[in-house]
Every structure is written in C-alpha cells, then in structure tokens.
Design a protein. Structure first.
Length: 131
C-alpha cells in the first residue's frame, strides 16, 4: 500500500479573509502506524534574501493509527496578508507532516477580499476634482 496524506478544507476553499474560521479534514493512510503526525498552519516568504517561516498553529496527533482522519478548526490570524511583489512573496500553507519527513501541503491565501495583494499592480489615481 502506498502512503497517502491529504488535507481538505470545507468546500475545498483556499482563499480566506483574515480572522475567518478555517474548517476541514486531515487524513492519512500509512503502511505502519506513524511515530509522529503534526498538522501546521504557517506562513513563509519566497524570493530574494533569506526565507522566513513562521508556524502560527500546530496540532500533534499522539499515538496515531496507520489510517485515520481528523476534523480540524483553526481561527485564521488577522495578519500578515498574502502578497506578491517583485522581490518577495508571502504565502500561507497548511502542512501535514508524518515522521518528520513525509509531508503534504495545501497553499492558502489570507488577505482582505480573500485575494492575494499584488504589489506590482498599477496604483489607480483618484478621480480629478473640478474647482
């Protein structure tokens, strides 16, 4: 049997407003019972310079069986927002890590309007005011 790891959000959503409640299901099917299973909500940066990573929430599943599924609920933080720019991007993710080496990840967007902020987008000018 091939090992299978999965993360599913309610309604298969991946874009969220800051402060929203995130609900879903995390599961695994393994050949043998795992020594450790950890589920994380984190953000990380990509681009120029050093990569930053911050684990915001984590849940350990102690004495997990080889096959299991668990419901999860995380309150999403109010910041930092998901964004992309020329030099750096900030991404959110859910990760399921088994035995410290097997993992799967589901990328998320957490920002106002549930849309990643594009720092490269042109800034619109305010309307002209007639005097």
């Amino acid at each position: 049997m091939a090992d299978t790891l999965r993360i599913e959000t309610h309604g298969n959503r991946t874009h969220f407003e800051p402060g929203e409640m995130l609900h879903g299901l995390v599961g695994w099917e393994l050949a043998d019972p795992p020594k450790s299973v950890e589920f994380r909500l984190s953000w990380y940066t990509e681009g120029k310079g050093d990569q930053d990573v911050q684990v915001v929430q984590r849940k350990a599943f102690d004495h997990a069986p080889a096959v299991d599924a668990q419901v999860f609920e995380f309150p999403l933080p109010t910041e930092p927002y998901s964004f992309s720019g020329k030099l750096i991007t900030l991404c959110w993710a859910l990760e399921l890590i088994v035995n410290g080496r097997q993992s799967t990840r589901l990328d998320l967007v957490i920002a106002p309007g549930a849309e990643e902020i594009d720092l490269n987008a042109p800034v619109s000018s305010p309307p002209a005011v007639e005097v």
